[in-house]
Design a protein around this ligand. Sequence first.
Ligand SMILES: *[C@@H]1O[C@H](CO)[C@@H](O)[C@H](O)[C@H]1NC(C)=O
Ligand SMILES: *[C@@H]1O[C@H](CO)[C@@H](O)[C@H](O)[C@H]1NC(C)=O
Length: 401
Amino acid sequence: MSLGVQGFVFLLAIVLLAICAQNSQARVTHENRVKSKVYLTPKIPQHPGSVSNKTYYNIEFPKGHIAIKSFNAEFVDEEGNPISLQETYLHHWAVVRYYQRKGNKEPKYNSNLGLHQSDLVVARNAGVCNGGLSQFFGLGSETRKTDTHVPDPYGIEVGNPLEAPAGYEEKWMLNVHAIDTRDAVDAMGCAECRCSLYNVTEDKDGQPFKPNYVGGFFCCYDGTQCKVKNGVKSVKRNIYMKYTVEWVDWSDSIVPVKIYIFDVTDSWQKTRIHDCLLEYDVEQCATGVATNDCISARRSHTSIPTSGDVVYGVAHLHNGGIGSVLYGEDGRVICSSRAIYGEGNEAGDEAGYMVGMTTCYPKPGSIKIAKDEVLTLESSYSSKKSHIGVTGFFYILVAES
Ligand SMILES: *[C@@H]1O[C@H](CO)[C@@H](O)[C@H](O)[C@H]1NC(C)=O
Ligand SMILES: *[C@@H]1O[C@H](CO)[C@@H](O)[C@H](O)[C@H]1NC(C)=O
């Protein structure tokens, strides 16, 4: 059967129409669909007892005007297998947004580079600490079992070209602090950065330690060495931080959320300045105290400059942490986040290590924070043993009303 030229053209038109319809349909679903991508940092060389704390600039990150829906991370080896915290302790990782002056050379990753160069401006979260805790995302050993997804219809808006200052472009940096504890004399001590286990007599800037400083991040900076058992053969290896980002393209149907990070060492109530010390120590409880009562709680007060609905909440604690609660001015619980400890040997369930934190996903609209409302943050640690250099951060996402 011959179609003739007209018939052929007609058929072609129908086929083209069908393709177009399919394409636009595909585009619509594509736009609403959550996209996901897995990235790796440059390799992190390790040997037993080694410490790496590097900041990687201009990391791979989803492009365009988007809403982030989740951010997950873990250490993997050269084959991509997850690495146990018992071998490499993930002290912390933090993802910070910055604006880089266009046409300027990229800073090379290094641990000492200050962030206050004029070609590089940190585009921090909504607050509240002065200076520190400017990250958008960041966790530590609890990464594998901590939910980070942002529920619909909310999203963390990034890549809006109208927000970058003229002549600058948005980029992302990632700080990763890894402590190799293979063959360590005291793996937990290395993870807590006890100074006596490290080959240090001054901090990374050559400053002497404060009197009675027994441990914390000043003792385990990039390139330091934690004590390993005598006579063991040092096995070098490369690891990577693998990070997985989920996002959707920006659209008007997404409700943007602001990121606030509170610190239990914030002295704001006294000083009206959000001076955050970032770390503190937990003393061992007094002899004679019943073991069950050996809990050390610390409190601070804070507030946010706008009102809104809490969409998500999670605490960041170190080993020994029990949980953390954020209260409203009237005493209501805004979010309570508890530590999850591992019980086995596989990555994600390492016995004795904090492997996760529970999170809060309030029913939309059910938990509100008022502008300037005085919030109370309480972090609890077990004080059966002393703990050094612990943290009490609380991360919330707020949809402004
Ligand atoms: C790790 O590097 C970051 C970014 O340079 C820095 O702020 C932090 O104090 C360092 N931590 C340690 C333990 O040196
Ligand atoms: C500690 O040991 C490491 C590895 O042996 C070495 O590279 C580093 O320079 C030492 N650091 C100090 C502060 O002694």
